[in-house]
Unconditional design. Structure first.
Length: 239
């Protein structure tokens, strides 16, 4: 799958937006980061593979970002929102629909990996074992993995299945960042969910300190997440 943003975007400029040599303050830095993130995620995003085993994954030649979370937490919707495409990653109201690890190449600078959801008890036991094994093998052994975006439904907060994945990431010393999804559906309770998550995550050794609240439907937090992930990308472009 290949797609680009509309004509008003910078997707055709392979060199990226011009970065100023001096920044007067933190606001300028953040504005530049958000603009670079917007530019990067407007680049061609190419589907590479649906991997059922670790051996089927592409060579670890680029920095990689993974999206993990419980079934139906909104991983595919978030990937689509980040890239500005509606069908790049398949979405469904049926939990457990993503059953393989889907990898995309973003502009030759960053790999995006959409992992199978975990915590869906109604799937066949054999399928659950396969998905869980693939996810854990991937999270512990991918040398180019720069960060795992651990998606948590803002309506429900952190669950035991999320804690199990955090334990794997902490043990493997893989950096991960909690991303609250469906924030628009939990507006009244969002501050409390964020505070509770922050208190729990303070004890985790591999977690990124910033919790981002996002909504694929309204766009809340999408620009900030693009900026955070773009900072981990290959800056020189395709080789």
């Amino acid at each position: 799958m290949v797609g680009k943003q509309g004509a008003g975007d910078l997707g055709s400029d392979e060199s990226g937006p011009t970065q100023g040599s001096t920044q007067s303050n933190g606001e300028d830095d953040q504005a530049a980061a958000i603009e670079y993130g917007r530019w990067l995620f407007a680049q061609a995003c190419t589907f590479l593979v649906s991997a059922a085993t670790a051996e089927q994954l592409p060579a670890p030649a680029l920095p990689e970002i993974a999206f993990a979370g419980r079934s139906n937490v909104g991983k595919s919707s978030l990937v689509n929102a980040l890239t500005g495409r509606k069908t790049l990653a398949r979405t469904s109201n049926t939990p457990g629909r993503t059953r393989q690890l889907n990898v995309f190449d973003l502009g030759g600078r960053l790999l995006l990996a959409d992992l199978p959801g975990y915590g869906y008890a109604r799937a066949a036991k054999g399928d659950i074992k396969q998905w869980t094994g693939l996810t854990r093998t991937y999270l512990k052994g991918r040398p180019n993995l720069r960060r795992v975006c651990l998606l948590i439904d803002a309506r429900h907060g952190i669950k035991d299945s999320d804690r199990a994945i955090m334990a794997v990431l902490d043990t493997a010393a893989v950096s991960y960042q909690v991303i609250l999804t469906k924030a628009d559906k939990a507006a009244a309770a969002l501050a409390g969910v964020q505070a509770a998550a922050a208190a729990e995550l303070a004890k985790r050794p591999a977690v990124h300190p910033e919790i981002l609240a996002t909504s694929a439907r309204t766009g809340v937090g999408i620009a900030e997440l693009r900026a955070a992930l773009a900072a981990l990308a290959e800056r020189d472009g395709p080789h």
